[in-house]
Design a protein around this ligand. Structure first.
Ligand code: CTP
Length: 403
């Protein structure tokens, strides 16, 4: 499956602010996803970033002047109109107070503002400026108006700004802007679906500084939650301990132990349409957890274990309308173990992978899986990025017979 941005015509609008340097990285990320990017700048933007940089990264000339731009690449049409008609998305990063004000009031007095009036494709505005400017009532009024006019606004981050003030106004990182644009362009084929995804390992404490765990990174579950949210689902992500950032647009419930995960999943289960259990849940926990750090000369030679609830199996017994998707990370006999779990836990589909395989293990950014279905069929997928695999898994879930 292609990335949603692959082959998309994106016009990146760059305005004159300190954060213009970040637009070069954003441009690189769009190109990496397979998009075709053209850059249009305000006049002052070129005081902050070099035209040669933007031209080299986009592989095409930059438009910064309405009058230089009067002919299109083929010399046949007016450039700002031709670019507007062929754009699949327009991203203004950074957007200055001046550009926000012009757009909100329909003013067209340079190449970028003129072009923006002619665009009908989705438009994403990433304001970035001094905190007092951002909080100015006129700017806020203009941003509200742009939102009402159908622009997607990415709120600036808060922090210490280049101008010395501390507060909102920082341009979000390029990967955050990429995520916003990706979500905005993804078809909403899971709208109105309530989806719960579990991710990561569980940590079962022995004492305040030790636990039983596993090396799951949570990447697959986070990718599934992000993809489902991008597709319009109402997503809750119940995650064990991970170092991953909170995915935008997702309700994130952080837990530590299998018992906490059990409670978080089961109290939401009745309302769900889809449960995807990608977490690597610990089957056992130490039967006692000491309040204080256990000293080595006082430690017992053996650890007594208690069994944790099998969350997915319980969900399988309780299920009504819900589709249940399990994961099976195995080191051998993939088909036998995965299909055994599919049956035993009353699942609709199970995603099996051999963790011994290169680039398909716990921490990797890629995975190679086989999907096993209730009717006895299976589909072996090629090695791919987890972000991409998440969409392929969701495509298969959409095709499962409704319950
Ligand atoms: N699972 C769960 N609760 C548990 C153990 C597993 O919900 N206590 C879920 C996992 O999230 C996964 C599926 O069950 O979706 C299979 O997990 P896995 O650890 O592979 O299998 P187990 O049933 O624990 O069997 P075994 O450890 O013997 O392979």
């Amino acid at each position: 499956m292609k990335d949603i941005l692959a082959d998309k015509n994106i016009v990146l609008g760059v305005c004159g602010g300190i954060a213009a340097y970040k637009s070069a990285e954003l441009l690189r990320l769009f190109i990496k996803k397979g998009a075709k990017v053209r850059v249009m700048t305000s006049k002052s933007a070129l005081k902050f970033i070099g035209e040669a940089t933007l031209a080299a990264l986009s592989g095409t000339s930059v438009c910064s002047d309405l009058f230089d731009a009067e002919t299109a690449d083929d010399g046949a049409a007016i450039k700002h109109i031709e670019w507007a008609e062929t754009a699949d998305a327009v991203v203004i990063a950074p957007a200055t107070a001046n550009m926000v004000g012009k757009l909100a009031n329909g003013i067209a007095d340079d190449a970028l503002s003129t072009f923006l009036l002619a665009v009908t494709a989705p438009r994403f505005i990433c304001p970035s400026m001094n905190t007092h400017m951002y909080e100015n009532r006129a700017v806020q009024r203009n941003l509200d108006r742009l939102e009402q006019d159908g622009y997607a606004i990415l709120e600036p981050g808060s922090g210490s700004l280049a101008c010395g003030t501390v507060g909102p106004g920082r341009l979000p990182e390029p990967h955050e802007i990429l995520a916003l644009v990706t979500a905005g362009l993804t078809p909403k084929d899971l709208a109105s679906q309530k989806v719960l995804v579990t991710a990561g390992p569980t940590h079962e404490p022995l004492d305040p500084v030790r636990y039983i765990g596993n090396p799951s990174s949570g990447k697959m579950g986070f990718a599934l939650a992000t993809a489902a949210a991008d597709r319009g689902a109402d997503v809750t992500l119940v995650s064990g301990p991970t170092v991953l950032a909170d995915p935008p647009g997702v309700e994130l419930v952080r837990v530590k132990t299998a018992q906490e995960m059990y409670t978080a999943v089961m109290e939401r289960f009745a309302d769900l349409d889809i449960l995807i259990k990608s977490a690597a849940v610990s089957d056992f926990r130490p039967d006692t957890c000491c309040d204080q750090k256990v000293k080595k000369d006082k430690a017992a030679d053996t650890i007594c274990l208690a069994r944790n609830p099998d969350i997915l199996k319980e969900a399988g017994h309780a299920k009504k309308q819900q589709l249940l998707i399990g994961f099976a990370a195995e080191t051998e006999h993939l088909e036998i173990y995965a299909t055994g779990k599919l049956k035993e836990k009353n699942l609709d589909m199970i995603v099996g992978n051999l963790v011994t395989q290169a680039e398909a293990g716990f921490q990797a950014d890629t995975n190679q899986v086989t999907l096993f279905f209730k009717d006895g069929t299976h589909a072996t997928l090629p090695l791919m990025e987890k972000a991409q695999l998440a969409h392929v898994i969701l495509d298969h879930i959409r095709q499962l017979p409704a319950r």
